[in-house]
Design a protein around this ligand. Structure first.
Ligand code: MN
Length: 266
């Protein structure tokens, strides 16, 4: 995986004239599900398809926003995947590539482009997602859409079917971490996991019995997700920012996960 990421990154940085690019684009939220889906699926395409095009996994946020995705930062660090080898949305001009007729797009973990990306619609050839379908059916685009708990379940299942030899301990750890986090530790009360998610967890554990215990994976990822200790005040306010707007009024709501110490002054 690192070799693939480093190679892709260096071609993007060093070549002025890019070959055809097949980008795998995650959701704007860039949560663990989206990030792992994009990384794993682009790697799968690279390994199983002719290399006359460049397969690029795109984390659909600016690089400067990455520290806010604390659980993604954590798991990639855990696996020694350097953030220098990742490709963020502000590091590749998809609109330019599209205008040059060089872009093919697979959307993962979402099925609708945002309004400022509408021009990229003609480049979309495949969608793998677990959200409600928001787009109209089009014949030129293959849609894999199933209401599972985690989009990575769908990605992992395609890889297991098409190229099981690609699945190594590192990929299995990424998939399993994303599924466990999305499915809230596979607890039935949370109502997130489906039979397919559970079967995928079982399949991964059967192939890689050395993976850390499920509870431990959930605890550390959940902790990482809400860990703001490495962030400055601005980053903390931006971490889970929701924006509402009506007419000229815009409202930003920040959520801060922190124990408040209330002091009294005389
Ligand atoms: Mn998702």
């Amino acid at each position: 995986m690192e070799e693939f990421l480093q190679r892709t990154k260096s071609i993007l940085i060093n070549r002025n004239d890019l070959p055809r690019v097949h980008a795998v684009l995650g959701d704007r939220a860039c949560d663990l599900d989206s990030a792992v889906s994009a990384l794993a699926y682009a790697y799968f395409l690279y390994k199983t398809h002719p290399t006359d095009q460049l397969y690029v996994p795109i984390l659909n946020i600016q690089r400067s926003e990455f520290p806010l995705r604390t659980e993604v930062v954590f798991i990639l660090q855990q696996l020694n995947i350097s953030d220098a080898s990742l490709i963020f949305r502000d590091e590749i001009d998809l609109h330019l590539l599209n205008r040059e007729g060089k872009l093919t797009l697979t959307l993962v973990d979402h099925n609708m482009l945002t309004s400022d990306d509408k021009a990229l619609e003609t480049a979309v050839v495949k969608i793998i997602d677990h959200h409600e379908q928001e787009r109209l059916h089009s014949a030129q685009c293959e849609v894999v859409l199933e209401p599972v708990g985690s989009c990575t379940t769908l990605i992992a299942s395609e890889i297991l079917q098409e190229a099981p030899e690609l699945l190594n301990q590192q990929l299995a750890h990424l998939f399993r971490g994303a599924i466990i986090l999305d499915c809230v530790n596979m607890t039935p009360e949370a109502g997130r996991s489906t039979l397919k998610d559970e079967e995928m967890i079982a399949a991964l554990e059967q192939r890689f019995p050395d993976l850390p215990a499920q509870q431990e994976v959930f605890d550390v990822l959940q902790q990482a997700k809400f860990d703001v200790s490495g962030l400055n005040t601005e980053q903390i306010l931006l971490k889970d920012l929701q924006e509402l707007s009506e007419g000229d009024t815009k409202l930003a709501i920040s959520t801060v996960y922190m124990t408040l110490e209330i002091g009294c002054r005389n």
